[in-house]
Write a protein that binds this ligand. Structure first.
Ligand code: UDP
Ligand code: MG
Length: 335
């Protein structure tokens, strides 16, 4: 298998001077207690490896002092850069910002709450070196609440795998490694970061997964609840649409439009038959009319949703408008 040779020249080892081998991107939203442990754990997993590295912490509008801590450390540590967003934009936007500032040949993402174990980073990189474009962590012994977290994500993983055709056990695991060029050009929004493997698969990427460690949250609390499951499901619908129909929208609109017209015609004919053939009055059939209205309205709404989705994508891409705004970047290698 072709090697990626992520590691640069030997004298570059240690922290990044110019362009590092690996950028570790961490979205941070109110994780001030975890941060010192996190940065140290990442550094010690890579310091003595063959890779030069940088850590990019993207502060997603924290209100607990995370941003100040990061700023201060980024001035002290040559291996850390702090990208501070203007407000809270969500994990996907924070990751997109990190991807944008990352200079490494490989990009590793993980959560800032120490649930992912930085010690696994070299293992993911070794997989990349085997020739994969994306290596996704699999929390085979996940330390989260069974009913509210494990069950919904089991269902979600099953669904996503079916819809996208990418068989991963654990889409939700933030610990992933990518070849940088794979994620640099992706237009992310909504909750799309968790579908990166699916988006990458559409682009023809070679994808694999690797069992990784997972710990219970030590500090702070999870930023998510069940509302996210709904948003993820909506994004899944979009992915399905993109994968199947984006190149031929008429396959969708044509099918639904025709079906709707056909049904309308059939019902019209039936009513005409009742009126003219049997001489019945058809003005007093609210159920029938309700069915017709509901059906047509449903079709219209569905198509409208798809159109709006397309428009939104076109809008984002044509404007080149980022889904986040950066307030400040502190540390080396400022672009
Ligand atoms: N996060 C973020 N912006 C948000 C919510 C979360 O940057 O609006 C970060 C958070 O700090 C953490 C990661 O995204 O590093 C995952 O969040 P969390 O641990 O709360 O999710 P869970 O592990 O419970 O799925
Ligand atoms: Mg977490």
């Amino acid at each position: 298998m072709k090697s990626l040779v992520i590691a640069g020249s030997a004298e570059q080892n240690g922290f990044a001077v110019d362009s590092p081998d690996v950028s570790v991107v961490v979205p941070i939203y109110n994780e001030v207690e975890s941060l010192p442990h996190l940065i140290e754990a990442i550094a010690s997993s890579l310091r003595h490896s063959q890779y030069s590295y940088e850590v990019i912490c993207v502060d997603d509008g924290s209100r607990d002092g995370s941003a100040d801590w990061l700023k201060q450390q980024a001035l002290l540590r040559p291996d850390l850069r702090a990208v501070l967003l203007r407000r809270n934009y969500g994990q996907t936007a924070a990751m997109a910002a990190g991807f944008n500032y990352a200079l490494g040949k490989a990009i590793v993402t993980l959560d800032g709450d120490l649930q992912n174990d930085p010690a696994d980073i070299p293992l993911l990189l070794a997989k990349l070196e085997e020739g994969y474009d994306l290596v996704s962590g699999w929390r085979h012994k996940r330390q989260d609440a069974a009913l509210t977290r494990l069950l919904p994500s089991k269902i979600a993983n099953w669904l996503i795998a079916r819809v996208t055709g990418v068989q991963l056990h654990d889409y939700g695991c933030s610990l992933k490694a990518y070849r940088a060029e794979l994620v640099k050009d992706m237009h992310l929004y909504g909750e799309l970061h968790r579908f990166l493997p699916a988006l990458a698969f559409i682009e023809g990427a070679r994808i694999t997964e690797l069992p990784v460690r997972h710990h219970a949250r030590r500090f702070g609390q999870s930023k998510y609840g069940l509302w996210r499951t709904f948003r993820v499901l909506m994004d899944l619908l979009t992915i399905w649409f993109m994968k199947t129909f984006l190149t031929r929208p008429m396959h969708v609109f044509g099918l639904f439009g025709l079906t709707s017209m056909l049904l309308g015609t059939l019902i019209g004919l039936y009513l005409t038959f009742l009126k003219l053939g049997l001489g019945q009055s058809i003005g007093n059939r609210p159920l029938l009319i309700l069915a017709v209205v509901l059906f047509i309205a449903g079709v219209q709404l569905f198509c409208f949703g798809l159109l709006a989705e397309l428009l939104m994508r076109t809008y984002h891409e044509s404007q080149g408008r980022p889904i986040y705004r950066v307030r400040e970047v502190v540390g080396k290698n400022i672009k």
